[in-house]
Design a protein around this ligand. Structure first.
Ligand SMILES: [Zn+2]
Ligand SMILES: [Zn+2]
Length: 368
């Protein structure tokens, strides 16, 4: 079938919306989804710029929502007509998947970044007979139609407006990072580094967890204002404030948790320094492949600090997203405050606004 998709031609180049051929003969556990909307996430920009390798020319986009049009063999989780949020992929069969930890799926890297299908074969996308990279997160949802898998779709009630519920990656990651991975207890404080889509979602989650101090370290004034409106009790400017000192003044002893939600590699030392003894630093922000950071080993030994890498909020999307949607409906997870909608044809503006911080979470609305 013919689909409309935004193609990233080469490293750093603007995306071009054009018609591609999609081999829509579905294989085991695959589903065909008509895309309604897809949000923009930092990882799309990293892949476009090849800081994360992904085969180009290729189609990005990994926070799609849509309607299932058809299902392939051996699909039990959804059926045609279901409204779905697309999320992280997993194979459903490896040791970690079977242990209920699909975010650590042993095939995760391949299913997210190789540009190939679930069964390992090449991309289903073609242009003039030549393969175009696809299946980013088993979606590549900067497109009118995509092949997803039953493992990375979450069926949601039809009453939800799919052009807003783009919860599949950044928002789920920030919320799950706090509520599911770090799990602050009564009286625990948290310092969130970066107030983009992940960071602001972490702030909403920290408020939901009743953290008495929710501190945000972010240079962009507009993002600080949004973070305060979502529950940040303090915002600090890393360019002017002595961040560890301010955190100690505010919390009295250092924070129990810090969470890195920026791809700025320089943040790790500070994110450790703001912790009190026994504190945990969660790391979500990915500076890209092959990036080393350094810190003093002694700074974590005597004080018993932990560095905790967190992927996708460590959640099972099929159980976490319905809970998050319910929290949103109760008014305690107001993610609509961070999204702004763009026509699909304005995709490069959306990517730029995400990159510059003008918009926290741009959402592309597919035509038709
Ligand atoms: Zn797996
Ligand atoms: Zn993402």
């Amino acid at each position: 079938m013919q689909v409309q998709a935004a193609v990233a031609e080469s490293k750093g180049a603007p995306l071009v919306v054009q018609d591609l051929e999609l081999d829509d003969e579905l294989r085991e556990r695959e589903v065909l989804v008509r895309v309604v909307a897809c949000a923009v996430c930092r990882a799309d920009i990293l892949a476009r710029d090849q800081a994360i390798p992904f085969p180009l020319p290729g189609v990005l986009g990994h926070e799609g929502t849509g309607v299932v049009e058809r299902v392939g063999p051996r699909v039990a989780a959804v059926r045609a007509g279901d409204h779905v949020i697309m999320s992280f992929p997993s194979d459903g069969t490896c040791r970690n998947c079977l242990r209920g930890r699909p975010r650590w799926c042993e095939s995760g890297g391949r299913l997210m970044w190789s540009g190939r299908r679930l069964d390992g074969s090449g991309s289903a996308l073609r242009r003039d007979g030549t393969e175009v990279g696809g299946h980013l997160f088993q979606q590549s949802a900067f497109a009118s139609h995509v092949i997803a898998t039953e493992m990375n779709v979450v069926a949601v009630p039809e009453r939800l407006p799919l052009d807003r519920f783009v919860l599949g990656c950044g928002i789920m990651t920030g919320a799950g990072g706090v509520l599911n991975a770090l799990r602050p207890g009564p009286g625990d404080s948290i310092v969130v580094f970066g107030a983009g889509g992940v960071g602001t979602s972490a702030v909403m989650a920290a408020k939901l967890a009743n953290c008495p101090h929710v501190l945000v370290v972010e240079p962009h004034p507009g993002r600080c204002e949004t973070a305060r409106s979502l529950g940040a009790t303090h915002t600090l400017d890393p360019r002017n404030d002595d961040v560890p000192e301010r955190v100690r003044q505010i919390t009295g002893h250092g924070a129990e948790f810090s969470l890195i939600c920026t791809s700025d590699r320089a943040v790790l030392r500070q994110a450790l320094a703001v912790l009190g003894d026994g504190g945990t630093c969660g790391v979500i922000g990915d500076p890209g492949a092959d990036v080393d950071v350094s810190f003093e080993i002694a700074s974590i030994i005597g004080s018993g600090k932990t560095i905790h890498g967190i992927n996708g909020g460590e959640v099972v999307a099929q159980t976490f997203l319905p809970w998050l949607i319910e929290a949103h409906e109760r008014g305690v997870f107001p993610f609509e405050k961070i999204i702004a909608r763009y026509d699909f044809s304005d995709i490069n503006t959306a990517l730029r606004d995400s990159d510059t911080g003008t918009t926290i979470k741009p959402v592309l609305i597919m035509p038709g």
